[in-house]
Design a binder for this molecule. Sequence first.
Ligand code: SAH
Length: 423
Amino acid sequence: MPNSTIKTIRIKRGKEKQLVRHHPWVFSGAIENIEKMPDACEQNAEDSIKSHTVRVEDSDHQFIAYGWYDEKSHIALRLLSWDEQVFPDSRWWKSMIIAAIRRRYDWFGQKGRATNMFRLIHGEADMLPGFAIDIYKHIVVIQISARVAWAVRPTAVEAVEQALRPQTIMVNVDSDLRRVEHLESSVEYYCKGILVEPPEIVHQIDCMESGLLYRLNVRSSQKTGHYCDQRENRIKVAQFAKNLKVLDLFCYTGGFTLHCLKSLCLSVDSVDSSDYALGQLEENIRLNVQNGRLPADSGNRVTLTKGDCFEVLRSIETDVYDMIIIDPPKLAPNRSHVEQAERAYKDLNRLAMLKVKKGGYIATFSCSGAINREKFALILSWAAKDAKKEVHIVSVLGQPNDHPIRLSFPESEYLKGFILQVL
Ligand code: SAH
């Protein structure tokens, strides 16, 4: 239990409604009393937990939750525990991380499975703000996107070490949020829980997802290395691909491309703006053919193009492709980008609806948390109207079980997808 030195933060009248329903984010405008604190990222984990964990009350002094207050963060207060008897000290952080890993253990933990890369911690959806933790075979990558997570990372390393004993734990800072969270770009490696110099060998690793091999470089790749969140959608999309001519836009290292090849598509043209991604995709095709996991002619059925997908969609001929896959990066990283992102999603999908063959498919995704599923469907309907097409949704796609959606935090439903058929 906390002692009497713990600071109290009061929420302005009327601003507590979502918070009592366990929404974890409080922006500074909702806070009555702003407190000055030492810099959490310059303290050791134990001290920063002591100085930054606050009691949060409504304007009538009723307890709402314990939270982490840090005026340097773009989300000043992050609520952690709504039980007055459960104070989020370092033991709490450790037990929450271990519990989240245990919840998933049956899904990823068994030997001989066809998938050995997986999300272990999904941030606020697991009640752990600022932490995305993925496992790649024997490497665990902890990606930090909030100051609180940077401050408590030694505790997180301890918890992961205790739960899984991986060969290496790598900690890095999410480049999308580094600036708004005032964090340094930094990479750390831990072996047996102890901070070590960067070991050369850990960067490249061959992992498996749904029976296909991916050669990843956890140091130079995007996010933590692989987009595990599309695992199930790759299978569902590829089920439509047999004998089709496919265009895989924003292909990265080939998640959808490899599955379409496996499903015996006629051909797949894969486009991305990143040299690194295309290089890895080429390597992944070679690796899978060599290991008998993809048909021997796979290399002849695929073309790789470096380019801007918006331009590619504008320039391709009409009626060439039977299926177009559109999996762009997060076009609305936050609420201020929503309008611009809506235009971009509409443009991509309108062009795809115009260009795809009659009766063809579009597998389209948005991973912007700031645009919900209903809004995304509305954007697609605007695109269909402008393209003057009738369009069916033939499949609704979302997030896999290692990226759970927390009911009290709708923002955790960030990946929305549809397989559309253009009539
Ligand atoms: N579909 C992939 C994940 C896509 S991530 C998978 O299944 O793994 C988004 C990708 O879009 C990244 O690889 C990034 O390099 C690429 N990208 C971002 N903007 C782009 C643009 N304008 N044109 C082409 N590629 C782009």
